[in-house]
Write a protein that binds this ligand. Structure first.
Ligand code: ZN
Ligand code: MN
Length: 145
């Protein structure tokens, strides 16, 4: 069953890329599969170190290019943090995150969209709301040890 699920995911990925005229390469598959397998949202550097044993000829620059291709095809989203390294997320729907102030790792936060308190938020007159972010900051279990 697990193998079949993987094939279906691969086919869905192939189709999403094809729609944007992007080819499904072994590098893109490796980046995508690493992202779907990790609990947190890694940086490009972490992805590079993780896929390098499988694809020894890959460079960090190529990782960035592959990530940009996956973002263009809307199968990966990019989370930016000012001066800190961007992180990459397999989820492209609107959702929230927790972020560790020590190690910088980012995880999905399971919170209900459109919670009651959010409706209480009143921006100044004339302000048109387009989007919002919610991030819970703290120290993760590993960093608290
Ligand atoms: Zn941490
Ligand atoms: Mn996420």
């Amino acid at each position: 069953m697990a193998a079949k699920k993987k094939i279906n995911e691969r086919e869905a990925l192939r189709q999403a890329l094809h729609q944007q005229g992007v080819q499904l390469t072994s590098q893109r598959v490796a980046v995508f599969e690493y992202l779907s397998g990790v609990e947190h949202h890694p940086t490009a550097e972490e992805i590079y170190l993780a896929v390098k044993p499988k694809l020894p000829r890959i460079s960090l620059a190529t990782i960035y290019k592959n990530l940009e291709a996956l973002i263009k095809c809307e199968v990966v989203s990019k989370l930016t943090y000012g001066d800190a390294a961007a992180r990459y997320d397999i989820r492209t729907d609107h959702h929230y995150h927790t972020r560790c102030l020590s190690c910088g790792k980012v995880w999905d936060l399971n919170a209900v969209e459109g919670s009651a308190w959010l409706k209480q938020v009143k921006p100044q007159a004339g302000f048109e709301v387009k989007d919002y972010r919610l991030e819970i900051l703290g120290h993760c279990r590993d960093c608290r040890r």
